[in-house]
Design a protein around this ligand. Structure first.
Ligand SMILES: [Zn+2]
Length: 387
């Protein structure tokens, strides 16, 4: 997995996931225009709103998402009909892992300013993640009326039409925590097995971390061929997460243990990503996903005992995508080993709190130190000494 979204001011950020079981993905990339306006007076509501909105965008830029949400709320108190703080409130809510609030704010921004392309892009992303492909398509189509030359909008719309065509014949099974899309011809026993594994993963992983997704997570079951078509994944990819969990399910020969491993791994990514859309180091994302796999711990020990060599810790913060196969396995095992050390010293609940702190805008190091009651350097030194 790669997180490359630091450049967030007036440009774009994207979140990429790539790993052995979820190889791909630009999950989303959205352009945010910082709506900073010069401010000369504090005395009238418009000026006050501008000051707060500017503070909000600065907070978004710095990753202080909770501060951003509060600043935009103050701006809207002063000037409720200004679309920019509604958009900002939508961005902040999205980054805080609150898609329902984000959706309402973005819809309001677009009511006031239908040509606000960036708001349309984010709203479409939120709807898409909630399995509302038709809604996302409507948002892109409306946005194109105001920006007919926008190539990004056009490409996204084409992709969604393509996906909608594949899914046109799919049935939907709507549960409390998951929406499962599958072909009518799919093996009903397999579909129900996937559903059971997902529900079990939901309770096990969410309860361990004490974090729960706000909305149902979409899971799409494909044949191998559809999976390659939609995700354009390499042959070795076992599954993908890009806002939806995408699983190739082969039929009767599907290995039940492997199916469970992959589902739990991808669900963990989905949970972390929903809760904390950015700022989670790669090793934490992947390490959690491996640790919650049914035989995750045994796999870590097996991998680490194969070789005395270790990748430098810094190598685990970014993408594993360009590592060789052996190094990639080592990267996963080391990452999961670090998460295991976190579980042993602070417990999974503490790791859940760290994720929530990051969602609110703390850096990982600050979140770590305030939750673990130890310096991050001391923790790293402990790891280096072979704990
Ligand atoms: Zn992964």
């Amino acid at each position: 997995m790669v997180s490359s979204h630091e450049d967030y001011s007036g440009k774009a950020f994207s979140h990429n996931i790539a790993c052995m079981s979820c190889f791909r993905g630009v999950v989303f990339a959205l352009a945010i225009s910082a709506c900073a306006a010069p401010v000369h007076a504090q005395s009238n509501p418009t000026a006050r709103a501008q000051v707060e909105a500017q503070r909000g965008w600065e907070a978004v830029r710095d990753g202080r998402n909770q501060d951003a949400a509060e600043a935009f709320a103050l701006a809207l108190d002063a000037e409720p009909s200004d679309p920019s703080p509604h958009f900002g409130a939508g961005v902040a809510a999205y980054l805080l892992g609150r898609p329902t609030v984000a959706q309402h704010s973005l819809e309001r921004a677009l009511e006031l300013a239908p040509g606000l392309t960036d708001a349309s892009m984010l709203l479409a992303t939120v709807l898409y993640r909630a399995s509302d492909i038709a809604g996302a398509i409507r948002v892109y189509e409306a946005a194109l009326e105001y920006a007919p030359e926008d190539g990004t909008l056009r490409t996204r719309l084409d992709d969604l039409h393509q996906e909608a065509a594949v899914h046109g014949s799919f049935l939907e099974s709507q549960g409390a925590h998951f929406t499962i899309l599958f072909e009518g011809a799919a093996d009903p026993e397999l579909t129900s097995r996937v559903s059971n594994i997902l529900e079990a993963a939901y309770w096990r992983v969410s309860t361990a971390l004490a974090v729960y997704p706000e909305r149902p997570i979409t899971v799409v079951l494909y044949t191998q061929e559809q999976f390659r078509d939609i995700t354009q994944s390499p042959q070795w990819a076992a599954a993908a997460y890009d806002g939806r969990i995408r699983l190739p399910v082969g039929g009767a020969d599907t290995d039940p243990d492997e199916l469970e491993r992959v589902i739990v791994h991808e669900f963990t990514h989905a949970l972390v990503q929903t809760l904390t859309p950015r700022g989670v180091p790669m090793w934490l994302h992947e390490g959690l996903a491996v640790m919650f796999e049914p035989n995750g711990e045994a796999w870590i020990d097996e991998q680490l005992s194969r070789t005395p060599s270790r990748l430098p810790f810094e190598r685990l913060a970014g993408s594993f995508g360009d590592l060789s196969g052996d190094d990639a396995r080592l990267a996963y095992a080391q990452s999961a080993g670090i998460v295991r050390a976190l579980f042993e010293s602070g417990g999974p609940l503490t790791v859940g709190s760290i994720l929530q702190d990051i969602a609110r805008g703390d850096t990982f190091v600050i979140a770590f130190e305030q939750r673990m009651f130890m310096s991050y350097d001391a923790f790293l030194a402990g790891l280096a000494s072979g704990r």
